[in-house]
Each structure stands twice: as structure tokens, then as C-alpha cells.
Design a protein around this ligand. Sequence first.
Ligand code: GUN
Length: 290
Amino acid sequence: MSNIIDGKSVAEQVLAECSEEIAALKNVGITPGLAVVLVGEDPASKVYVGSKVRKCAELGLHSRKIELPVDATQAEVLAVVEELNHDPQIHGILVQSPPPPQIDEEAIVRAIDPAKDVDGFHPTNVAKLALEDGSGFVPCTPAGCMRLLKEAGVETSGAEAVVIGRSMIVGKPMALLLMSKEGNATVTVAHSRTKDLAAVCRRADIIVAAIGRPEFVTADMVKEGAAVIDVGINRVDDATAKRGYRLVGDVAYAEVAPKCSAITPVPGGVGPMTIAMLIANTIKAARQSG
Ligand code: GUN
């Protein structure tokens, strides 16, 4: 019965909408600009940052990639953020997470001008999300998950939703979006200390898995007909794969998919949406800057 949600195609649709908005902004003399800051050499982060900058170029957005060495100091990163806060060509600033251990990430996020915080991590934007103030920025991954549910025709209103994971990047904002006046779901946030997680999950009409543990959600945890959004991207060793690893989600896809009314694959589900929503947030920041 499974309906596979094609994140690539929904992301293309979002980006097509973005292209129209970019053209409209350029007509009034504004080219949206995104700055991406990468501290260190984390290979996965390098790939993510590269694709963000490439996507900007494809769409005709202005972008800057700022790479700092792995031993960069807090003061050096703060100085870069400060410079970007005052750069009129830059409307969105993203400091790739996780930074090296000497960097106090929370302090960096607080230093970003909230009007340029396209990640939606600054306390001002966290508060705006909780307050349902539409002028704020919603974190890209949960915003993408909401859009996928909508495009797949999954009714959130009145639904029992279980979010697994309570991170500031995904779990908490996802719960806020699902329980908002837009989502109208009844939301449970489950995490590592949740008692009988399987029973909690089995109640769910909608499961959002964001725990970062490969194939954690198994078929016995999923109700027949549930919609499942898999936020996980985990590398697992695979000697038969060319790179020596393969990517799997937080959901045991092969056994869970047959039970679902809708499910996102990994890769090709939530992943492509994150960049699309980042571009959408950058355009919003540019629009609101005028
Ligand atoms: N690392 C993984 N996901 C994200 C994200 O959405 N934003 C930033 N800044 N870093 C990340």
C-alpha cells in the first residue's frame, strides 16, 4: 500500500517557485545572497556546503563560501559572522554544524543577525516559531518535512504524530510545526528516555524519525497505514559498495514501507528538501530586507 514520497521532485517544485521569486526580486534590484561558513574539514559537512553553494549558483543567487581552518578560534569565527552581518549583499548566513570542539556553537548562533539567520536557530527565530509569528525563519529540515507531508496529501489535522528525537535542528521545531495552527496534530515527542517507545510509535498516524540511529524504527513499531518521514542520513559500512559505505535512514525501510500509506526513502526523501527550504529562507530574508 506504500506511497513513496519523492523528495527530489517536491524539492524541484519548491526551487521552481524560488526561481520565480528570484526573478521578481532581481527586477527590483535585489539579488538574494547566502553566505556559508565552514570551520574545519569534516567530509560530510564539506559535501553539504558544496551542494548549497552550487545550488545558489544554479539559481542565480549570490553566494559566498568562507572556509576557516580546523584550529580557527572563537574570535575568528565571530569576526566572520560580524562582517557578514554588515555585508549588504548577504541576506542569509549559515554556519555549518557541527563545528570543531573549541568553538562554542551556541554563542556563534546568537551572534548572527536574526534577520539573516536562515537556519532558524537564533533564539529570536525559535521564539517566533513557538509564537507562530510568520516573520521568523523556520529550520530548513522540519520545514521540508511539513512540505513533504502536504504534497503527499497526508492529513496532519487531528492526527496523532510522534516525533522521535528532540534536537533543536529537527525534533523540537518539527513538534512545534505539527502542533501549530497550520499542522493541528496531537504531538508526542519521544527520545532516548521514553518508556516503551515501540508502543508510543504504534499509536502514530504520522512518525517523524530524527534520532540519527541507522534503521532504528522497525515494522513492529509502525501502525498499518501510518505515514513515515525519515530524517536520518547514516553511513553504514558496506564492503560491496564502491565507497565502502551506504546511506541508510533512521527507518528500516524495506520492512516498514509495506505497512505505510506514505514514506520517504533515504536518499531522495527529506535530504533534497533541506537545500530547497534554505534557498526559500534566503529569498524570504532578501524580501524582508527591503
Ligand atoms: N548540519 C546539518 N544540518 C544542518 C543545518 O540544517 N544547518 C547547519 N548550519 N548545519 C547543519
